[in-house]
Design a protein around this ligand. Structure first.
Ligand code: B12
Ligand code: SF4
Length: 522
């Protein structure tokens, strides 16, 4: 069979800056699972065309036209483009399979456009798909996420294609790895809230580390573990079994409960170069993973600054996530504390989020039940800097005023100068510059939205949930982003979503080893 495996990372770039940004950032955001699916198909003897689409060029051109089957992986923000490609491939007679974060969040909606929709995936499921064991129109799932990640040497053709240029690593290349699945925490906005922590094979991790050290010395590794090194000693001893002078640098997302001061030397000595421990919120919620107990917000700020200062002595590049407008947030406090954090810890790059109702999370269920999701908002806007929900304690105008105020500081040249003063390394400086430019672009969008909230009563009414009529501003943005693909997926298709997850829930509850698709739904 001729099989395409496509990972969609973005919409087509339109401005010069977007070409630069997408090449240096999106291109490095490739997923291990899509590479694994490609490898499993090759292993079964098929002719496989693997591609990632970072936003440069035409997404149709990255794969041949005459495929028998195509796997498409997408996040929710790129779902409309993925749907449009499904429409196109189906017209050409190609079977379409949608997988990845969006398919898992909104399986029922994905089924409007794809022949098969995948929740969890493993090698056996891919084999069943290729043998046409599932009826078109099915939501399918392996009993649990795959346990055996293909080795780097096995995924090398995919890695070369996605992360390297002309088969060779360049200064911005990363090699993606994964050493565990799931997470012991249960944050209500995260898709992994109910996915138990599962370490993967230590032997295979060591084989990967030895392979990259011998063949791609100095190329940084990026671990996609939702929460890295929950079993800290075990993982560190694997990393330490590579001789110190042969270790590749690496980056991870982890929680403060794991990053205890007595462990930081081991992180430094194994060459951890970037760390993303999330703060999430200044209120007491989500504090359990920060290792500070349920303390008052201002004290939390002081403790977080201290913790990041300590981390900085061991790890050169630090980032964190903060979310504004979660249900327990109210008033200006979170915004003000964040501004103080930015000034006191300029060496930490924060990603400042607005809650997004990703399907399958407790946050989604609550918001849906309370009628607080702006249901006609296309998936295109399920990303910062857009508002897709009605907040518990903020009206949209006040919320946006706070965001504008915060982003004025976050994107300021003054803060960039301070970041440069703290980070002398070229890679860190380049990353800080790129991220500041991205933050400035988001700031501009916030200003536009604030202006519309103030000047256009219909726009304000939409964000207050008074009308479902999508404002012209979003209609125009949708068509601008989708470009020629609007013809395949007109706006009218994207202002309605099937949020039902009935089938998805049913399938996940079926016992192991049962052929999961095509089961009658009572
Ligand atoms: C690692 C990670 C990243 C990494 C790597 C991304 C990548 N391409 O894999 C980085 C840091 C780059 C990243 C970036 C982003 N991420 Co992220 N990320 C994660 C994280 C922490 C773990 C994902 C993972 O690899 N898990 C391990 C794998 C094995 O499990 P899995 O992803 O659940 O996949 C299973 C199935 O979905 C399926 N599957 C997965 N891919 C495919 C592909 C095919 C073809 C098939 C058939 C099946 C299939 O098989 C797997 C095993 O069952 C999750 C949160 C979490 N805790 O899970 C968020 C998460 C996936 N990210 C999310 C988001 C929103 C983003 C960003 C958009 C954030 C932003 N604002 O920029 C960007 C998008 C990047 C881009 N343009 O592609 C959301 C996605 C929600 C959604 N519905 O879209 C999540 C779920 C976090 C959340 N909010 O809950 N992310
Ligand atoms: S700690 Fe991170 S990965 Fe774990 S549930 Fe919370 S947000 Fe998700």
């Amino acid at each position: 069979m001729r099989i395409g495996v496509l990972e969609l990372q973005s919409y087509p770039a339109r401005a010069a800056w977007e070409y630069i940004e997408y090449f240096f950032t999106n291109k490095q955001y490739v997923s291990v699972t899509t590479q694994s699916v490609s490898f499993w198909c090759r292993q079964l003897g098929h002719q496989v065309f693997y591609a990632t689409y970072s936003g440069v060029g035409d997404p149709i051109a990255v794969l041949p036209a005459d495929l028998d089957l195509v796997f498409i992986a997408a996040h929710t923000m790129t779902a409309p483009l993925a749907y449009a490609l499904c429409v196109l491939y189906r017209r050409r007679g190609t079977r379409t399979v949608l997988g990845g974060p969006h398919a898992k969040s909104y399986p029922q909606d994905s089924l409007r456009y794809a022949d098969l929709v995948v929740l969890e995936c493993d090698q056996a499921l891919v084999e069943d798909i290729l043998h046409e064991r599932f009826d078109p129109g099915s939501i399918i799932s392996s009993p649990e996420p795959y346990r055996q990640v293909p080795l780097v040497v096995e995924r090398l053709p995919e890695i070369k294609k996605s992360s390297f240029v002309a088969g060779r690593p360049h200064p911005g290349s990363f090699i993606p790895l994964i050493s565990s699945m799931g997470c012991p925490y249960t944050c209500n906005f995260c898709s992994d809230w109910d996915n138990p922590y599962q370490p993967l094979s230590n032997e295979r991790l060591l084989a990967d580390l030895e392979f990259v050290s011998a063949n791609y010395p100095a190329v940084p590794l990026v671990f996609h573990d939702p929460n890295f090194a929950v079993r800290f000693d075990e993982v560190m001893s694997i990393l330490e079994s590579v001789p110190p002078e042969k270790r590749n640098p690496y980056g991870v997302q982890s929680t403060f409960t794991i990053l205890r001061p007595d462990r930081l030397e081991r992180l430094r000595d194994t060459r951890c170069i970037f760390l993303l421990p999330s703060i999430e919120s200044w209120t007491a919620e989500y504090s359990n993973k920060l290792g500070v107990g349920k303390i008052e917000a201002r004290e939390k700020l002081t403790r977080m600054v201290e913790k990041f200062r300590t981390l900085k002595e061991y790890v050169p590049y630090l980032g964190t996530n903060l979310i504004f407008g979660l249900d327990h947030d109210s008033g200006p406090d979170s915004f003000e504390l964040t501004k103080e954090f930015l000034v006191q810890a300029p060496f930490v790059y924060p990603t400042l989020h607005i809650p997004i109702p990703f399907g399958g999370t407790p946050l989604f269920s609550t918001l849906l039940e309370q009628g607080r999701i702006l249901e006609s908002m296309p998936f295109t806007f399920y990303r910062i800097p857009y508002m897709t929900i009605i907040f518990n304690h903020y009206d949209p105008l006040t919320f946006m005023e706070h965001m504008v105020d915060l982003f004025a500081v976050a994107s300021s040249n003054q803060l960039l100068r301070e970041r440069f003063a703290h980070d002398k390394q070229i890679l860190a400086r380049g990353t800080n510059l790129m991220r500041t430019i991205t933050t400035k672009r988001r700031y501009k969008v916030f200003l536009e939205i604030l202006d519309l909230l103030k000047s256009d009563p219909q726009f304000l009414a939409f964000h207050q949930g008074v009308t479902e009529q999508l404002p012209d501003y979003y209609a125009w943005q949708y068509e601008r982003l989708m470009g020629k693909f609007t013809e395949l997926l007109p706006l009218a298709e994207s202002v309605w979503h099937d949020f039902d997850r009935g089938q998805a829930t049913l399938i996940r509850e079926l016992p192991i080893d049962v052929s999961l698709a095509g089961e009658p739904v009572p």
